[in-house]
Design a protein around this ligand. Sequence first.
Ligand SMILES: Cc1cc2nc3c(=O)[nH]c(=O)nc-3n(C[C@H](O)[C@H](O)[C@H](O)COP(=O)(O)O)c2cc1C
Length: 221
Amino acid sequence: MTGLATDGRVDRDHAHALLRSRRSIRWYRPEPVSSEVLDRILISAGMAPSAHNRQPWRYLVLTDSFSKDALARTMGSRLANDRQRDGDPEAAIRHDVERSYRRIVEAAVVIVVALTVKPMDWYPDATRSRAEYLMAVQSTAMATQNLLLAAHAEGLGACWMCAPLFCQLEVRRILGTPKDWEPQGLITMGYPASEPPSAKPRLAILDFVKFKSSPAGIEDV
Ligand SMILES: Cc1cc2nc3c(=O)[nH]c(=O)nc-3n(C[C@H](O)[C@H](O)[C@H](O)COP(=O)(O)O)c2cc1C
């Protein structure tokens, strides 16, 4: 594979630079993304680790205006209904629905992220079933992070949107996805409309990591 040093390693500084410079990019220029670029991104997504290597992720790639419009409208009307039930002000609902609609239809590519539990193990009890289901979710998130990073490496902007998770049935119905595909989110993608934003604040390492280097506190087993 090109891009690797002769010893097969990726350049460390470039790798960290890629990981650390990715941002969620929400607005794009209208130019299309070529199928060569999309293929490279999807191949890299598919190289993610997965539980038992079952690769439960599924992606529906939308590039035509009709599908994007249908998806955005469907999710928008569900969002509006949910927010009306919550008692939110009409103007705020309309604003959010319109913004969400624009973000989807103005993206050159929209990728619906789904998972299938078909290839996963089956258990008769709730505890192991839940763990197995979570492994499918985790694996799908890992592939999708690969996808986001690969898009970034291609000079594309991308952003995960959670909306399909809140209306899985409607999304499946409007897009005609296979019955076992469970929508988890969507990725909007395109060439960025503006300079990338600065990094959002992050926790310091010690706020999310504890290091343990002695047996103190471990019970005898
Ligand atoms: C599971 C998940 C769901 C997200 N849902 C949304 C969303 O619905 N709308 C949105 O604008 N961004 C969404 N994001 C993007 C986050 O807001 C973003 O990653 C976070 O603010 C950090 O910013 P950064 O990605 O630029 O580092 C989501 C990210 C993840 C991982």
